[in-house]
Design a protein around this ligand. Sequence first.
Ligand code: C2O
Ligand code: CU
Ligand code: CU
Length: 430
Amino acid sequence: LDEKGRRVFDLRAQEGSRDFGAGGRTRTWGFNGDYLGPTLRAKRGEKVLVNVVNGLDEETSVHWHGMHLPAVMDGGPHQPVRPGATWSPTWTVDQPAASLWYHPHPHGQTAKHVYRGLAGMFIVDDDNASNARLPNRYGVDDVPVIVQDRKFDGGGQFEEGESLGGVGILGDTILVNGTVAPYHDVRSERVRLRLLNGSNARTYTFGMADGREFAMIGTDGGLLPAPVATDRVMLSPGDRAEIVVAMRPGERVTLRSFPEDQGTDFFNRRFTGGGDTLDVLELRAADDLDPSADVPAKLAPFEPLDEADAVETRQFRLAGRSINDQKMDMNRIDAVVTKGTTEIWELTKLDGTPHSFHVHDVQFQVLSVGGQPPAPDLMGWQDTVFLKQGSTVRIIARFADYADPDMPYMFHCHLLTHEDAGMMGQFVVV
Ligand code: C2O
Ligand code: CU
Ligand code: CU
């Protein structure tokens, strides 16, 4: 804490290299190290200050994905940090406990910066009583799992060219927290995994290789109202989920991504990973496991936003690299939202390519998918939602607390190649 009582973090974007076993040291970028960055952690009500130093030779930025904060602190394309410069955003964390993340967002260059390794998790804590009953020993039974796919060229360097299908690079090597062939030694009866799809393009459908069920306890913006017993959780780029897996002494079980119909057409399925089976993380249980409490039946209070309160309904149609037939323009504001009001946004995907819709500043609720109420795992707070062809997703959000007529927030497809190619728009809250 500094003299003003703020929790201070230092992040330095820098070049590095790492041996991924790909036939040579791979040139990488990282925060404070060679690849990825430290987990930042703050509690609801705390004021934070982050000193972001750009140690790269080109402009970057750092965006706080999922964070509710003033637009000037958001770290999007309007807050570039020049080489050698320091940017020091500060804000008060005021949202439920959640697994958020941070990553660069420079105009048209996000895919490259994230792919080279600039990303990290930002965990928000709060006083909700279920926190004490859930596994919460960081790195022991409460583990960040940043999942990324990477492709290496013959010299062991990251392959950065655009893929055939135009969604971006799909890798055949899975990294978890920057590690190839990862495993985690489990020492307790339950382990909580904070899953983050930090990949540029790939969508995963996670499950356990032996088919066992687990408890899904959280989504992008925090804990679900109640745990959902399931054997699958699908995460598109930018998405998070928290799950709790029960383990028996001495066993090994692998977190895997299974083939899944991603609502793409046949041509695109080949290029978007919908047909792939990939092992992600092996859990290795000790012969003696510490006891873990049962997952609480109620996790977090949840008040559904009321459709009747919405003052505006907007349509967003995604196709190709455009939203509503327009490409990102730094000087165009696409939506003006009144502070303190609630809006409904209707998201429709018109083409056979996958798209993942993300909104800055707010956590939203899903009202319906293709006219049906959302599945239990889409209850709770979201900031990124996967779109399937032919099923309009209706979301509802309240735009509270921060207004700034001169500084927009972004909404965009979180397939980073699409974002960079212009599949992004801007809204201001006034
Ligand atoms: Cu995760 Cu606009 O970003
Ligand atoms: Cu974001
Ligand atoms: Cu897209």
